[in-house]
Design a protein around this ligand. Structure first.
Ligand code: ADP
Length: 233
């Protein structure tokens, strides 16, 4: 089901997020008091040194991890029957394609898990692959792909779910510069076309320069002006 986001309502709204790992003397505060909102159409680069908490924030905003304290909600997605797979798409550093499945089967799988029929899933998967000019790879196995091709297939898998919020956690971390640029081109073009919100975690300033909004993290603190955190595009 394709539910239009509610205009003017944040896609994700995080308040005072804190995430600790471990306990006692081994406790690590990965994220402290992070408050941010993202609206449809925003394209945000999240920067910061390794270990500063970027992945932790991305995982919390995606709902695949739970904060130690604070709240994260997805107000514009309140009418969606489920958030993942589909409305919230997550791209990881490694493409994580399932080796025994072909490219088109990998892209269709989340749709099938979300309740689509085989025919619907395959049709949406082929459409997403065509959008990324990956049609010719549809029947290949992941082991036959280059790193850049595999990462673009992983993006097609996310786009096939018609996401309203795409969270990309170092999606180009394993790619050379030229391939990384192509992957970022694909993500920006896809979100330009769909109006989805996009947040990408990167430590590459050249990639970050492609984005209109920049957030940064240092030692678990999210640094952004309230205007940046709430601006609507
Ligand atoms: P970044 O994405 O900026 O590299 P992370 O969010 O991965 O940072 O990590 C932030 C901090 O939390 C680091 O000190 C890291 O070692 C710690 N951390 C992350 N995940 C875990 C975990 N599962 N267990 C313990 N510590 C973790």
């Amino acid at each position: 089901m394709n539910v239009a986001p509610i205009p003017g309502v944040p896609v994700v709204d995080a308040v005072d997020l804190r995430r600790e790992y471990g306990t006692g003397s081994a406790c690590v505060v990965a994220l402290a008091d992070a408050t941010c909102r993202i609206f449809s159409g925003q394209q945000i680069a999240l920067m910061g040194p390794s270990g500063s908490g970027k992945s932790t924030l991305v995982h919390l905003l995606a709902g695949i991890d739970t904060p130690t304290s604070g709240t994260v909600t997805w107000p514009a997605l309140a009418n969606e029957p489920h958030l993942r797979p589909g409305p919230i798409g997550v791209v990881f550093q490694a493409p994580s394609l399932l080796p025994p499945l072909t490219v088109v089967e990998n892209v269709a799988l989340p749709l099938l898990l979300g309740g689509a029929s085989g025919a619907e899933g395959t049709a949406a998967a082929r459409e997403a692959l065509a959008l990324l000019e990956l049609d010719t790879l549809a029947d290949k196995l992941p082991e036959e792909l280059s790193g850049g091709q595999a990462q673009r297939v992983a993006i097609a898998r996310v786009l096939a779910g018609n996401p309203k919020l795409i969270l990309a956690d170092e999606p180009t971390g394993q790619l050379d510069h030229e391939t990384a640029t192509r992957v970022i081109d694909v993500l920006i073009a896809a979100t330009d076309a769909s109006g989805a919100a996009l947040l990408i975690n990167t430590h590459d300033p050249v990639i970050a320069a492609r984005f209109s909004v920049h957030w940064s993290m240092h030692d678990g603190a999210l640094i952004t002006t309230s205007e940046q955190a709430t601006t609507r595009c």
